[in-house]
Design a protein around this ligand. Structure first.
Ligand code: AHM
Ligand code: MG
Length: 337
């Protein structure tokens, strides 16, 4: 008797590896280690609230461990796990000023960039947060160069995120499909629960921080109005949903169909979201799932970052509505608004 096929993350990764006869297995090992790091971080996230209590009473918890802030814990966990994986040559984290090089004797073939805990303003209020990562092949067998890390997102070979929500889910792409795995807390395994995730064609959700409206570039309000105008007296076709954790907003939109925007601030001409750690990994996932991601002026994955912590405007989600945003940007640029 055969029941439904239950596939673990490791089994899925190994199956994918078999489709590449020349593969060394290092990327498979790396993705597995990312999954383990995610389990360790989620275990700490589930203690959020308690950690602060322990911290307030003397910086050690009941196990005698030093208490750290959750975003620092997530950062250190990810770095430690990947440093010891023998798969990684260098890392760049949203929480670190500089590139982290792995000693030559422990270095592997890959460069990993990450936001260890995205949505930090939601940590203290029990709202979904997550870890975002992108993976590149190193450029040079011996040295770590600037171009190993500061490079356009289309060079990623894999990317993903782990969202710590009502359950913990790891979603990743190898550029062929996007697959989602749910962590079963009782067995400690990730199981494939959303194979071949596809971004729906229709926008059912619009996600933007409306309180930034006074500082939006001129195209943003009319664009949002155009989307909202799809609602009529009979039917609400589009709803607003904005969590304030990019990773969770993106995850919902990937499942339900939606567009997320974080435009530049018209006063500073700067975006908020980081190109390397946030925009590019999610853009790679969006495109592989049939969606799109743009700066408003062009494809996000083609943007050439100039420095490690560059920020950009991001419009990501349903392909037709990301393209529609680009037409609004062009129209308002022509009008000199
Ligand atoms: P973080 O990585 O420090 O958490 O900052 C990024 C987050 C995104 O997850 C979210 O979309 C955005 O900041 C929300 O910022 P704001 O509340 O300022 O609009
Ligand atoms: Mg972030």
């Amino acid at each position: 008797m055969s029941g439904p096929q239950i596939i673990t993350l490791t089994q899925h990764i190994l199956r994918r590896q078999r489709q590449h006869p020349s593969a060394t297995g290092q990327l498979s090992a790396l993705l597995t280690q990312v999954g383990v790091a995610g389990k360790m971080i989620q275990a700490q996230v589930r203690r959020a609230g308690l950690i602060e209590v322990w911290g307030a009473t003397g910086e050690t918890n009941v196990q005698g461990e030093t208490v750290q802030k959750l975003d620092r814990i997530a950062n250190d966990t990810f770095i430690d796990m990947l440093r010891r994986s023998a798969c990684v040559a260098a890392m760049a984290s949203e929480e670190e000023h500089e590139v982290i090089e792995v000693p030559r004797e422990m270095a592997g073939d890959y460069v990993v960039v990450f936001d260890p805990l995205d949505g930090s303003s939601n940590i203290d209020v029990n709202v979904s947060i997550g870890t975002i990562f992108g993976i590149y092949r190193r450029c040079h067998p011996d040295d770590i160069l600037r171009r190993d890390v500061i490079r356009p997102g289309h060079q990623q070979i894999a990317a993903g995120y782990i969202v710590y929500g009502s359950s913990t889910m790891l979603v990743y792409t190898d550029g062929v499909t996007v697959d989602g795995f749910t962590l079963d807390p009782s067995s400690g395994e990730y199981f494939l629960t959303r194979p071949n995730m596809r971004m729906p064609d229709k926008t059912r959700v619009i996600s933007i921080n409306e309180c930034n409206e006074p500082y939006w570039p001129a195209w943003v309000a009319p664009y949002c109005d155009a989307i909202k105008s799809r609602n009529d007296a009979d039917k609400r076709r589009v709803s607003a949903r904005h969590i304030g954790s990019l990773v969770a907003d993106f995850h919902r939109n990937l499942i339900s169909g939606g567009v997320f925007l974080y435009p530049i601030d018209a006063r500073t001409r700067r975006g908020k979201l980081r190109v390397i750690y946030e925009c590019n990994p999610l853009a790679f996932i969006a495109e592989t799932a049939g969606g799109a991601a743009s700066t408003g002026e062009g494809r996000m994955l083609d943007l050439e970052p100039q420095s490690l912590h560059d920020r950009a405007a991001l419009i990501i989600g349903t392909k037709s509505d990301v393209e529609l945003a680009e037409t609004f940007v062009r129209r308002y640029a022509q009008e000199g608004a």
